[in-house]
Design a protein around this ligand. Sequence first.
Ligand code: HEC
Length: 193
Amino acid sequence: MRKLILILVTTSLSVIGGVLAIMAEVGYYTPPTPSWFTGSTEDKVEKIGLIQPSYADLMLWTGIRLDELYASGMSGKSEYAKHQAIKIRETLEKAALVDPTRRSAIEGLLSANYPGLIEAIDSKNPDQFKAAFGKLYASCVTCHVNNGIPFYPLIPTTSISPITSGSLEFLEEIQKHLRQEQEKKLQQEQKKK
Ligand code: HEC
């Protein structure tokens, strides 16, 4: 009897697994809806609005990206610096949407600094980068001063991203280590045989 139950359970589990796998493959499977996502469409839209990032949240991201921009720009990681410069622009555009009263100041910052900042990063010239970064930094601080917020200046500190602290040499070292582990395993298996 026990054996029969076991067989039944394992077969039904594999059937369910198979169905889910097929559904995922053809795009039918969707993750469960969060429990708070209830009510009329209006209620749902309101709830989604309430959990969107605030203006200050977007500023915080902008500040983190400014740090990353500085760290990567100063260490010559120009692809990553460019990524940060573009993300700062995108985040500020979102901030203008969240607080339209600040749109003109944000657009002022963007037109004063872009595309000059991107060109400076592409130039791979440290002096040009420093000058463009300084200009952006001054634009951020100007708006903060104009808004009477006391936490200026935003001095870039150190990068928190694994991208800026990582390197190709580090990746190669990890790959070498993984290869050695693999070889060890193979040797052990061969010994057993
Ligand atoms: C349009 C004006 C304006 C511009 C431009 C602007 N900021 Fe802000 N920033 C603000 C205001 C206003 C706040 C305070 C928001 C609040 O408390 O709700 C703020 C807050 C911040 C904060 C603190 C967020 C927190 O809650 O911890 C950071 C970090 C920040 N800004 C970074 C930047 C950086 C970096 C730039 C430039 C790339 C920039 N800001 C450009 C207006 C601006």
